[in-house]
Write a protein that binds this ligand. Sequence first.
Ligand SMILES: CC(C)(COP(=O)(O)OP(=O)(O)OC[C@H]1O[C@@H](n2cnc3c(N)ncnc32)[C@H](O)[C@@H]1OP(=O)(O)O)[C@@H](O)C(=O)NCCC(=O)NCCS
Length: 366
Amino acid sequence: MGDLVAVSFGGAIRPRRGRRRRDGWWEARPGSWVIARDGKPVSHIRVVYNVLSVYGCQLKIASIGGVCTHPDYRRRGIAGALLDHCIEVAADAGASLLLISGERGLYRRAMAVDAGPTYEVEVRPGSVKASTRTPQARAPQARAPRARRAAPGDWVSCARLHQREPVRFVRSAGFFARAFSGHGGRGAWVIECGGEVAAYVLLSRPWGTPRDHPRRLATEYAGSRAALVEGLPSLFESSGFERITFRAPQWDREMAYLFRRAGLDGKPATLLDHTIRLLDLPRLMRRLRPYVAARLLRAESRRLTFEQEGHRCVFALGDEMVELGLKEACALVLGGPEAPQVEGELGRVLAALFPLPCPLPGMNYV
Ligand SMILES: CC(C)(COP(=O)(O)OP(=O)(O)OC[C@H]1O[C@@H](n2cnc3c(N)ncnc32)[C@H](O)[C@@H]1OP(=O)(O)O)[C@@H](O)C(=O)NCCC(=O)NCCS
């Protein structure tokens, strides 16, 4: 099994050897599913469970990654079959959504859509307009936001900044302590203002690029957006990177405002390299009851119902209803270019709820 993943991913993931079965699928170790052909494991998928907090509502989601098939067994529908099995496993485990680290036909055929929506900003050294920076940023050097590589001890401040985020993965203190224990906290940089950590950003290497590649992707951030934007010149200076791509979730209006103010125009995009799939619409909406109650009048939310039967989803407001395929329903709930237009009173009510705000996967990348 270690051989399979090593051959398919150049040795990036090495799950331990597990119990073997002939030609079926099995869980080689917790969360690592494999499928066998000719009596040996030939395809692998990793499934991890997380809890999302969306404005205080907590919902269980499954994340999928490490998808690979041995080169000799590709294009026979084996990864597709294992993926279908993992989707069933995740739904049975009580997850409402499935986040997939990848954006290929394999996932789209399994009814996943581009995850998002986000907006993308490309930043290069010198592209932040000095004139738009706040007095804090123009202050004497000692008080200006300063970026440095995160140290292991920064996990405490970063965990607290993350805990204050309105839309985030629920993480324990131990999760942060472990994530920051290695050198540079897996690409985490902190922005200090007046001696305090005001924000952090996780800068990841684009998939398949060498270690010293000068471009980075901001795959997670938390804390003061102003400190982040104003700290960009210092971030480039300290890191030596030549280009940073930010994809910020569209719900983060403050980040968009500050980027624009700094002369950095964004363009609409989806969550980098990710697709997302609905697993159980009625369950998702039950978990989101407080979110719905805060956005709709009681008379509206009482008439609103959500049903799912296999790959068909029904959204209804009293007598008004719309029936959608799973993919369209997923795009409606989670946003993105494939989202259908729903007319009338039902359309207005659904537009008040969706797209559902989602966080960047960042440290929860599978
Ligand atoms: C991506 C990967 C996991 C696909 O595994 P697989 O077992 O070949 O997957 P499937 O056979 O289910 O589907 C793969 C392709 O074969 C095609 N296919 C499926 N059954 C087929 C059949 N009977 N005849 C011909 N083609 C077939 C599908 O159309 C699919 O094409 P698409 O995804 O480009 O649209 C495999 O190529 C791999 O390990 N790649 C390296 C690691 C990697 O990139 N992982 C994905 C990270 S996101």
